[in-house]
Every structure is written in C-alpha cells, then in structure tokens.
Design a protein. Structure first.
Lengths: 170, 237
C-alpha cells in the first residue's frame, strides 16, 4: 500500500519514488552480520549525514522571517482549518511531543535531492537507471541540476513561493 | 569468490525466486546456502558493487519476493561474505538467534511512514494563530523593521513550527500505534518531520492501513504523508 494524498505536494510518483522513500531502510537498516564485509559504499556514508545540518541558526531564522514576509495572508485565510481540529483530536492525551521533529525547510537533505524534488516527478525512471546513490562526481553531468547531490540543497528552492502581494494584513 | 548475501530465511521457505535477479550487471543468479534449519539467499558478488539504483532495487526485490511466502530477515544492502562456507558458518554461529527472530517476525510486515508539512502552509498557519508572529511579520515586511525584529520573527516561527510538528507527529504515531506490534523511529530527513517504521501483524494490517489512509486524507491539504508497505522488516531484525 502506498498512500500519497492529493496535497499540494502530494504528487503520486510511481515506483521509483517508493524506492526513494525506503532507501534509508535498505541502506541503513537490515541485518548486519559482522563477519561479513560491507562493501565500501561511499554513498551510504554520505547518505547517513542526511538531515543533521544545524537547524537553529541566524541563517535559518532569517530565512523563516523572509518566507513569512513573502506569504500572502489574504489567500491564506481561506485555508481549511481541519488540520488544527485533527491535531487537537488525535493528540489529546499525549501532546507532549516526544517525537523528534526537524524543522521543515530549515533542514535540507540528501534525500530531497535524491528524489529530484524539483521536477523529476514525471517518472523518468528509465533514463535514471544508472544513477548511483553515491557521490555526484558523476560522469554524465548535463549541467543544471538533477544530478544526485549529497549536499545541502540550495536554500532557494522554497523561496520562489509567492512574491505577489505585499499588502499587510492588519 | 565473494558472495553477496540478501536474506536469511527458514529452510522450509518455498523460495520461489525464478524470475528475480540478483545484483550486478549482468546480474548473477540467486542461490541458497543452507545450514541446519536456516537458509541464506545469496549470489556471486559483482566486482564493483556500488549503491546503484539497479542494485538496490534488486536487493529489495529479493526481499519482497521472499516475504510473501514466509518470514525473512533482510540483510542491509551491500553485505558480502568470503565464500559459501563463510555464510554457512555465520548461519551456524547465530542459529538460535536467527531462528528466534524468524519465529517472532512470522506474518508481520514493516510499514514506513514519512510526513512533511508544506512550508508555506505551516508558516501561514503560524501567522494566523500567533498574534506576536503576525505583528512582527507586519513590522518587517517590505524591508521594514530592524534585523533584530526579523531575527525575532524567524526564531519565533521556528519554535512554533517545531511545536506544531512535534504535536502532529505525536498525534499521528498515537493514531497508528494501536495496530502495530512495534515501532522504530528514525531521524527525519529533508523536509520530513516524521520518519517512523511500524511492525504490523497480519491480523492488524487492515486496520493499520485504513488508519493510515484516513490520516493521509485528513492531513492531505497541508502535509505529504508517505506510508510505504508492506515491506520486509528491515527495522526489526
């Protein structure tokens, strides 16, 4: 079963992305037998670095502030409220929040780049056949972007959100 | 010749692997190494094994095929033994442990859940709900206000975001927990704020899936809910 709802970013992406979503399990979990050798897979070590990039920093705060400044609250005000209800509903009795959460957007990960977050959704699975889950010192580099990079992703990705209205809502 | 090891199962497993291929290019045929009541699914290891998509997929497909017909202990991708003999010895060494794990995993599947909150939606929600954030936002828009004010806004929003994400993560996990036998959280990557695997027994699968679907539908406006499974129990071996 695979549930990807029709949210703003919930585009159904086919089986390749399913693999991306379980990549951390395949590479990082699973049985390890210590007398066996784990083939040296550079990419795997890099994958593990994943999201643990500093979250609480001046940089992050300024980016958040900027993102807020850009939001068009007029449009936003007609957002449904059901989520709040749900949060209230399903968290009652245990909302202390023990789970670990990373700040969305503040942390940029490897896997985002892996999933080609920008525009690979189309399902070009085949042409990616040879893609390594490794470093990007990659042969074929057709310049632009979709080479898998295990680096912090450019922060700009979410910035082009809305530049429209600067009206203040008061 | 080095041997790539995929999984450990019981010797009694039907092991229908005819049309599944191993890692490498060209892929090497799958075979089994047996010791006592245990069996390892292996193939010759390719010389230049790397974490290519093709190979990761091959590794995964072996597990998925096996798990349909019986309990399986999936190995981590990339494990190789020196020889069949070394595999046999490993099966021998930890025989009791492997048997016990196979028994306890019988019929159970892993489901992995990753959830992200669309940033615009989350920030908008915070601004609508927090007067302080709204005021700071109004004061700093259009390049107005001091850098300190922007910093204060960002810090406030970051804190509020974390609180909301944690609360939602807790809520989601608590909604699914009744139908799971075990759970293993992982550090979320990328824009995800939740990454957790559940071990779900066969007779709870339907309810678990239904609950997952309900959550996905309820949260779908603002969150991306990726529930993957049934999967081999990578997180519970």
């Amino acid at each position: 079963m695979t549930v990807v709802p029709q949210g703003e970013s919930g585009i159904s992406r086919g089986s390749t992305s399913s693999l991306y979503d379980v990549l951390d399990l395949i590479l990082d979990r699973g049985l390890v037998i210590d007398v066996f050798v784990r083939v040296s897979l550079v990419g795997i070590e890099i994958l593990k670095i994943d999201a643990r990039i500093v979250v609480a920093s001046v940089d992050t705060y300024l980016r958040f502030a900027e993102a807020c400044n850009r939001l068009d609250l007029e449009t936003g005000s007609k957002q449904p409220t059901q989520l709040t209800d749900l949060v209230g509903e399903i968290t009652e009795g245990g909302a202390e929040g023990k789970s670990k959460g990373a700040l969305t957007g503040a942390v940029e990960a490897v896997k985002d780049t892996l999933t080609g977050d920008g525009g690979e959704e189309g399902g070009d699975a085949d042409e990616d056949e040879e893609e390594d889950y490794e470093e990007q010192d990659n042969e074929g580099g057709e310049g632009e972007q979709e080479e898998p990079e295990y680096e912090e992703e450019p922060r700009q990705r979410r910035r082009q959100a809305r530049r429209t209205s600067r009206r203040q809502r008061e | 010749m080095a041997v790539y090891v995929y999984s450990i199962t019981s010797k009694d497993h039907p092991m229908r692997l005819d049309d599944v291929h191993g890692v490498g290019e060209p892929s090497s045929p799958l075979r089994t190494v047996t010791n006592g009541s245990l069996c390892a699914v292996v193939s010759d290891a390719p010389e230049d094994l790397r974490a290519r998509r093709r190979d990761v997929l091959a590794h995964q497909e072996v597990q998925e095929r096996l798990m349909v017909e019986g309990a399986v202990l999936p190995l981590q991708f990339g494990m190789t033994a020196e020889s069949d003999e070394a595999v046999r010895a490993a099966l021998e060494d930890r025989a009791d442990e492997f048997r016990e794990r196979l028994r306890s995993l019988e019929g159970a599947k892993e489901y992995n859940l990753k959830v992200s909150w669309e940033e615009g939606a989350l920030l908008r929600r915070i601004l609508l709900e927090s007067e302080e954030a709204r005021e700071l936002n109004a004061a700093t828009r259009g390049g107005n206000g001091t850098p300190q004010m922007s910093l204060a806004l960002g810090e406030l929003v970051a804190r509020e975001a974390e609180v909301r994400q944690q609360a939602l993560a807790t809520g989601i996990v608590e909604a699914l927990r009744p139908y799971a036998r075990d759970e293993t959280p992982s550090p979320p990557g990328g824009r995800d704020f939740l990454n957790i695997s559940f071990l779900v027994a066969a007779d709870e699968e339907e309810m678990f899936q239904a609950t997952g679907t309900r959550l996905a539908n309820q949260l779908g406006e603002e969150c991306e809910v990726r529930l993957r499974g049934p999967l081999p129990p990578y997180s519970f071996v």
